[in-house]
Design a protein around this ligand. Structure first.
Ligand code: PLP
Length: 427
């Protein structure tokens, strides 16, 4: 028995399902999770000492690659000064200033501890600010596990084949209206019906949690116009896309200014962080300035701030996003060639350093088309890739991430493994 399997059966005795987040279980790919011991650059090492090229990147944060010296050194220095004070530090202002400078729609930002906290708090703020209660979310978008947002969510919810979650009060779920991603006429209908009741529309501007799906031309513009027309706030959940697709996130790429933005993952450089920000007049509704309460014992934690600051400093360098695009294109070219050569039903969806290989015969544009993918084929593909030393997210409905540490050699190795895995699918 492998060490990972041993560790997994031990973990299951004490932790529900043996994991602290369901997406980590390999249920959808008929396997058991690898237990990881260490990671460096684009490589991750399991408890049996096997090396893998990593495309999970801790589900998004590790854009520099694992254990980047700049992040590690910063953390070591900060540890000697203390790990948490429960009082303000200059580090919080530094990171906030960097986010404000990098994202043009954000005047002020509040740090929290996870993406879930960021979206939950942004919704409360939107409701407090507008005095309205209903929220519109898009089918297949995942915004963490807050009650209002666990309705038709993607990611682990889709992987496990459940519509939402037990324990979410029906009364609360009723306040969430779900509309298909990329469908403006459905959104218009909802706005007509509920006109003055909608507090906010929240979405992943480019989705990662049903796999990578990009907005149709004009979709985000129409969303911006509709929310303005009806006095609802537009919230971009950039927990995944922020500082990933561009330094200023998807909103920079598509040139759209949302009212509020949520962040996480990259801005914590691998430590637990989330944040939400937006226009000053809205953000000043938050306590202690305003009436919307939100707090946190470890919020703005100095270690997390240092990891975030040092990560953003490096990302700010000139060729970051060209570099990621170049690697993404290299991988895309190789995989598209393989798909053609092997002749399998698969489409490669990519934007910059985020990608998903859908086992589908047509383009994926929304949740329904994502769900029509062949998950059995994905499972075969995933397990063969793992055997070949490539560590992918264990679900069809997830984004893969390329980091600045992935070299052209690793991309080439991945393309070769992809060819073998596609052959296995074709069998
Ligand atoms: N929003 C998006 C777009 C996400 O991808 C995630 C997590 O994957 C979250 C929110 C929740 O973040 P966290 O897992 O840090 O709570």
């Amino acid at each position: 028995m492998s060490k990972s399997k041993e560790l997994f059966s031990e973990a299951k005795k004490y932790i529900p399902g043996g994991v602290n987040s369901p997406a980590r279980a390999f249920k959808a790919v008929d396997n058991d999770p690898l237990f990881i011991e260490r990671a460096k650059g684009s490589f991750i090492y399991d408890a049996d000492g096997k090396e893998y090229i990593d495309y999970v990147g801790s589900w998004g944060p590790m854009i520099l690659g694992h254990n980047h010296p700049a992040v590690v050194e910063g953390l070591q220095q900060q540890l000697l000064k203390g790990s948490s004070f429960g009082a303000p530090t200059k580090l919080e202002t530094t990171l906030a200033e960097m986010v404000v400078a990098g994202v043009s729609s954000v005047d002020k930002v509040r740090m929290v501890n996870s993406g879930t906290e960021a979206t939950m708090s942004a919704l409360r703020l939107a409701r407090g600010y507008t005095g309205r209660t209903k929220i519109i979310k898009m089918e297949g978008c995942y915004h963490g596990h807050g009650d209002s947002l666990l309705v038709e969510a993607g990611s682990g919810i889709t992987t496990l084949g459940i519509a939402g979650s037990a324990g979410v009060p029906a009364k609360l779920a009723e306040e969430t209206i779900v509309v298909a991603y990329n469908d403006i006429s459905a959104l218009e209908e909802v706005f007509k019906e509920y006109s003055q009741e909608i507090a906010a529309v929240i979405l992943e501007p480019v989705t990662g949690n049903m796999g990578v799906v990009t907005p149709n031309a004009g979709y985000l513009e129409s969303l911006r116009n509709l929310t303005k027309e009806y006095g609802a706030l537009l919230i971009f959940d950039e927990v995944m896309t922020g500082f990933r697709l561009a330094y200023g996130g998807a909103q920079e790429l598509y040139n759209i200014e949302p009212d509020l933005t949520t962040f996480g993952k990259i801005i914590g450089g691998g430590l637990p962080v989330g944040a939400y920000g937006g226009k000053e007049k809205i953000m000043d509704y938050i306590a202690p300035e305003g009436p919307v309460y939100q707090a946190g014992t470890l919020s703005g934690n100095p270690l997390a701030m240092v990891a975030g600051i040092n990560t953003l400093k490096l990302l700010k360098e000139e060729d970051t996003y060209d570099n990621l695009e170049e690697k993404g294109q290299l991988l895309e070219d190789g995989i598209l060639k393989n798909i053609k050569k092997v002749d399998v039903h698969a489409v490669f969806s990519r934007l910059g350093s985020m990608f998903t290989l859908f086992f589908n015969s047509s383009e994926v544009t929304d949740y329904q088309s994502a769900k029509s993918s062949n998950t059995k084929a994905f499972s075969i593909y995933f397990n063969k890739m793992l055997e070949e030393g490539i560590y992918l997210p264990p679900s069809q409905f997830e984004a893969n991430f390329i980091s600045l540490s992935h070299g052209k050699d690793e991309i080439q190795t991945t393309i070769e493994a992809n060819y073998k895995a596609l052959l296995e699918v074709k069998k």
